[in-house]
Design a protein around this ligand. Sequence first.
Ligand code: MF3
Ligand code: CO
Length: 245
Amino acid sequence: MEEAGSLLAHVFDELEPHIRPGVSTLTLSLLAEKIISEGGGVAAEKGYAGYPAAICASVNEVLVHGIPSAKTILKDGDVVSLDIVVKKNGYHADACRTYLVGIGNEEKEKFIAVTRQAFFEGLKMVKEGNHLGDVSAAIQSYVEGHGYSLTREFSGHGIGREMHEDPSILNVGEKGTGPLLKEGMALAIEPMVLMGSPAVRTLKDGWTTVSKDGKITAHYENTVIVTKDGANVITLQDKERKVHE
Ligand code: MF3
Ligand code: CO
């Protein structure tokens, strides 16, 4: 799984310089697919439950499962989440990053940073003997404390030979509840955050899920292996490791 994870981190490193005004989400998807196959992996979202593309690329009000398209051209100020799953050696790694396209915007940058930090707040609770609800509660109190909201319709998940395994990892919950964490468990922890109300709806394509109020959304995810005294985050980019170790 670590090999799948480091290939996925490498995919984000390679994609980042291309996330600019004028590029289509289809271009990013094709590039991701190429990097994954050059690295000996497979873009596991393609064909998963009939999903039609190699990655999910969700722009602005699209919370999850945005289908890459030549018609979706990134522009200044867009908030784009790239959610990618690599399968290698029979095992999966799943991660998502959210980027602000082009020129800066303090409000959007803060929103993206809080979404990212929500993952790390949850991560602090990951170690053998803690409850899964400790992770969920940490994410919820951090995000809601900043005045944003979390979807109840989607959650993180166990991961391994399958992309989605037990348990579901809700982004809201109570401390001290849920399954006990045990060394060797593999978890995809993924705060999906809305700037406005948590209500979402799915478009007619059956995938694209948007905020009902049209406000922007963000998503940050890593695959994490539980250890005796903490966690091994297998999808972190090197530049992120420097900040968090
Ligand atoms: N990567 C998503 C997740 O975080 C799953 C995407 S669904 C798919 O669980 F159909 F696109 F694969
Ligand atoms: Co996931």
